[in-house]
Design a protein around this ligand. Structure first.
Ligand code: UT7
Length: 334
């Protein structure tokens, strides 16, 4: 990227305290720890308590990211979420107010599991255009609230959580600068990952929704194939844009959809699997929040270190996908 760069200046994350194990789910669904571990790599996930909402997670992650970045107030807040507190209005203004950031620009971005990368690109655009020098980008999901109590497959995959970064205006060559971003979509796959009811298409019928249509559905097989192909292709695009070879990548931070998907993406790129950041065993697939949560966890446990070259890539409903490259900066972790 040229001109004013967007530089990662702080990071924060949060998962709700309630841990749900595979054994817990096997009491509710016809499933077991063996199937979930071998098919997905997931052992535990976190779910919000009854009455909690996405904004609660966003505020926790956002406040930590702001502290990590030194506390200066941002001029804009971008919130990526699939599970807004309400269909209307967006959740971002309430999050901004609860963070004490009254009257800043605040809006939601809807790109499901690619939400963080779309949010990151949006935040970088606000900086590049001179709209503001500092943006808080949060991705937060209370995904458990849209899981069907009768769908064992989706119910064992997803978890709740939030991650956030602060972007500040800076130099394209400094550590933390977003070096390249690739985003894409394919609306012909709209039905592969969806909540059918609750939007204008269903509401305009004037009929109450079928209960099952109010929950999240996913056609796992085609999504699996598309996820691997799109993340690998988008990753290659970003590597080309930034001028890195595959061997230059120190850490692959892929959307934590499924361990088999992460490994397949690494294999397609001919990147050693050991370079992939993995935290889905503990937090499962947290949709849009999964990349910033993985970044924060890996930075906290020392797997991700300053100076390492990081390739982020994600795929999700829409269909949407994206990738980004950054040299990891030295950050205060809170
Ligand atoms: O985050 C957005 C992007 N999302 C993704 O990228 C997810 C992509 N998809 C996947 O990760 C996988 O397709 C799943 C994890 C969703 C499913 O894994 P799979 O290996 O594709 O399983 P499957 O759908 O082929 O099902 C295999 C078997 C079936 O039984 P039969 O027909 O072979 O008798 C399912 O009914 O596993 C059964 N099954 C389960 N068994 C125990 C499905 N879910 C479960 C379960 N426990 N929870």
């Amino acid at each position: 990227m040229t001109g004013r760069a967007a530089v990662i200046a702080g990071i924060g994350s949060w998962v709700p305290p309630r841990v749900v194990t595979n054994e817990d789910l096997s009491r509710q669904f016809d499933t077991d720890d063996e199937w979930i571990r071998t098919r997905t790599g997931i052992a535990t996930r976190h779910f919000v308590e009854p009455g909690a909402a996405t904004s609660d997670l966003a505020v926790e992650a956002g406040s930590r990211a702001l502290k990590s970045a030194g506390g200066q107030p941002p001029g804009a807040l971008v919130l990526a979420t699939t599970t807004p507190d309400r269909p209307c209005p967006g959740t971002a203004p309430e999050v901004a107010t609860r963070l004490g950031l009254d009257h800043i620009a605040a809006f939601d971005v809807s790109a499901v599991c690619t939400g963080f990368l779309y949010g990151l690109a949006t935040g970088a655009g606000l900086i590049a255009s001179g709209q503001t020098d500092r943006v808080l980008v949060i991705a937060a999901e209370a995904f458990s609230t849209i899981l069907s109590p009768t769908d064992r497959t989706t119910s064992v995959i997803f978890g709740d959580g939030a991650g956030a970064v602060v972007l500040r205006a800076g130099d394209p060559d400094e550590p933390g600068a977003l070096k390249a971003v690739d985003l894409g979509s394919d609306g012909s796959g709209v039905d592969l990952i969806t909540v059918r009811a609750g939007g204008s298409r269903q509401r305009s019928t004037g009929l109450p929704p079928a209960v099952e249509d109010t929950y999240f559905t996913m056609d796992g097989h085609p999504v699996f194939m598309q996820a691997v192909l799109r993340m690998a292709a988008s990753s290659r695009t970003v590597l080309q844009r930034v001028g890195w070879g595959v061997g230059d990548v120190d850490r692959l931070v892929g959307h934590q959809a499924n361990l088999r998907i992460l490994h397949a993406v690494a294999d397609q790129l001919k990147l050693p699997r050991e370079k992939a950041v993995v935290n889905l065993d503990r937090v499962a697939n947290t949709a849009g929040a999964s990349i910033p949560l993985a970044l924060a966890d890996a930075a906290a446990d020392g797997f991700l270190r300053p100076g390492q070259r990081v390739l982020m890539t994600a795929f999700g409903g829409g269909l949407t996908w994206g990738s980004a490259a950054v040299e990891w900066p030295a950050l205060d972790l809170v």
